[in-house]
Each structure stands twice: as structure tokens, then as C-alpha cells.
Design a protein around this ligand. Structure first.
Ligand code: IPE
Ligand code: IPE
Ligand code: MG
Ligand code: MG
Ligand code: MG
Length: 294
């Protein structure tokens, strides 16, 4: 698929996504202007929107309903925004910049950042209730698990626990698969629930593919922390070494990590080919995930 076609499609979809976000926010009367402004501050400065685009691209492949998909895509982007705000807090990664601007606790204060994260997380589940959704019970359960103890939150916890400790690449894979991989893989798996009956369970090959996309996403983030720049990333680089984190980059080094990324990308490409997905939006975006430079 040409870049242009993907860009036209993604711009259109992000407009729908943003419209759904502002409709949701406008329907809520928050007693704190400061808190609702802080929510807009983070959302307005968009970032790559990879998760919602993955949801929409996977949904397009499976033939899912576009209104249901937008709500699902929004829900996951809201969870992601919450995770970034909390990840940047002094008690976690202690970062001052995100998406090229001061982090929420720097622009406002720590209490507002904690509450804005809480608000994004609850808004995410509210977004799922705005219209009937096929298999909504299953979708809410899967998403909650991907975000919570058995997913991102559990992963963030081991990320912190193993900071400044000797570990192996196996453990880094585990941290990355949980803290980032579970949410990214849910972007590929969840849309299929919109078109299946309630007894459906994802095929193992789809699960493996989605897990590979999730893992590679964080390995590329680890690589870019090591070799990219603030200008490109909109966040400070080489922070993982400063924070004494165990990452793909700190354990394997540039060449070792690039080799690992290349091996995983081969599995991803094979799935795309074997499932006749070449040339789809999903194909385009998974390639962006492992080829990106920001
Ligand atoms: C950053 O995610 C956090 C990780 C899980 C590595 P993104 O790189 O998707 O951040 P934005 O949304 O584009 O800012
Ligand atoms: C973040 O991983 C994973 C989350 C769940 C937010 P990182 O800590 O590596 O993300 P960045 O580099 O701060 O964006
Ligand atoms: Mg972190
Ligand atoms: Mg971080
Ligand atoms: Mg990082």
C-alpha cells in the first residue's frame, strides 16, 4: 500500500476518533476545570495514535462495524494516555517531557497527574458503554485484563521491581510483553470479537502474531531510547540507562537488539503473507511499528 493511501485513511479515522473523544468529554460535567483542562492538555498533543489505528486496521480486515470500532479504538487510546501520565511520574520513570511538551505533573502538579490518569482510565470504560457493542461483556473483560494485573499494570510493576538488578533477556521479554505488549496485542485481537459469536476464542496463530507485534513495539521503543533524539521522540532519550532499567537495548546492545527485532519482524511478515493480508492497512501499520524511527 502506498504511504499516501494510508495517510489519507489514518487522518480521516483520527478525525472520527477525536470527535468521539470530545463528544464524550463534553457530555461530562467535571467540577474541576483544572482536571478537565489537564485531560485536554494530554489528549490534544496527539502522539502517534498507533493503538487506535491498529484497532481500526484490524477491524477493517475482519469487517467489523465502524461505529463500534471507533469506540473501542478510543477506549484503548484513553487507557494508553493514562498509562503514560502515570509512567512519567517521579515515583515511576520521572520524566519531564512527553510528546514534546512538559509532562502533566510538570505542567500542573503530581496530584493532578494522578487524578488525570484515574480519569482517563475510567473514561476508557465509559467510552465502551456509549452504544451497544457485539460481545461487549467479553470485550470489557479482555480489555480490563490486558490493562490490569494480568497485563500492563503487572508489567509496570515488574519493570520497577527489576530496576537496577541483574537480569536476563528472557525477563526483559516478559516485562515488555506485559507492560506494553498486552495492550498492543489487544488492539489486534479485540476487534475480531465484534464479528464472531460469543463462543469464539482467537486462533493460536492470531494470538502469537498479536503478541509479536506487542513485544516488538516495546523493543523498538527500547532501541530508540538508546539511539534516537529528543527532537524525534518528543521525550528524553537514554533515560533507560540513567534510570538503570533493564531493556532490550541495555541487555542486548544495538546490534543484538536489531537482530532480535529482525527475527520477530520475520514472524510478523510470515503471518501477514500466510493470511493474505499483504497490502492491507494492518500490514502497513505493523510494518510501521517495527520500522519506525520515532
Ligand atoms: C509510548 O507509547 C509508551 C510505550 C508503551 C513505549 P507510544 O510510542 O505509542 O506513545 P505516543 O502515544 O505515540 O506518544
Ligand atoms: C512504558 O514503557 C510502558 C507503559 C505502560 C506506559 P516506557 O517507560 O519505556 O515508555 P516511555 O519510553 O516512557 O514512553
Ligand atoms: Mg516505564
Ligand atoms: Mg517511561
Ligand atoms: Mg521507553
Amino acid at each position: 500500500m502506498e504511504k499516501n493511501k494510508f495517510e489519507i485513511w489514518s487522518k480521516k479515522k483520527i478525525k472520527f476518533l477525536d470527535a468521539a473523544f470530545y463528544t464524550l468529554l463534553d457530555s461530562i460535567s467535571c467540577p474541576s476545570e483544572k482536571l478537565s483542562d489537564s485531560i485536554k492538555y494530554i489528549y490534544q498533543n496527539p502522539g502517534k495514535r498507533i493503538r487506535p489505528l491498529l484497532v481500526l486496521a484490524a477491524g477493517d480486515t475482519y469487517g467489523a462495524d465502524s461505529d463500534m470500532l471507533i469506540n473501542l479504538a478510543l477506549s484503548i487510546e484513553l487507557i494508553h494516555n493514562y498509562s503514560l501520565i502515570h509512567d512519567d511520574l517521579p515515583a515511576m520513570d520521572n520524566d519531564d517531557f512527553r510528546r514534546g511538551l512538559p509532562t502533566l505533573h510538570k505542567k500542573y502538579d503530581e496530584a493532578t497527574a494522578i487524578l488525570a490518569g484515574d480519569a482517563f482510565l475510567t473514561l476508557a470504560f465509559e467510552a465502551l458503554t456509549y452504544q451497544p457493542m457485539t460481545n461487549s461483556h467479553k470485550i470489557i473483560n479482555f480489555l480490563a485484563r490486558s490493562a490490569g494485573l494480568a497485563g500492563m499494570v503487572g508489567g509496570q510493576s515488574i519493570d520497577i521491581e527489576y530496576t537496577n538488578k541483574d537480569t536476563s533477556y528472557e525477563l526483559v521479554k516478559k516485562i515488555n510483553s506485559f507492560k506494553t505488549g498486552k495492550i498492543i496485542s489487544s488492539c489486534i485481537v479485540l476487534p475480531i470479537f465484534l464479528v464472531k459469536d460469543s463462543s469464539y476464542t482467537p486462533e493460536p496463530s492470531l494470538v502469537d502474531f498479536s503478541n509479536d507485534v506487542g513485544l516488538i513495539f516495546q523493543l523498538v521503543d527500547d532501541l530508540l531510547d538508546g539511539i534516537s533524539s529528543f527532537e524525534k521522540m518528543g521525550k528524553k532519550v537514554q533515560k533507560d540507562q540513567i534510570n538503570k532499567k533493564n531493556t532490550g537495548f541495555t541487555i542486548l546492545g544495538v546490534e543484538g537488539l536489531k537482530k532480535e527485532i529482525s527475527l520477530i519482524s520475520d514472524n510478523i511478515d510470515n503471518y501477514i503473507k500466510e493470511n493474505n493480508l499483504t497490502g492491507t492497512y494492518l500490514d502497513y501499520i505493523v510494518k510501521f511499528v517495527y520500522q519506525r524511527s520515532y
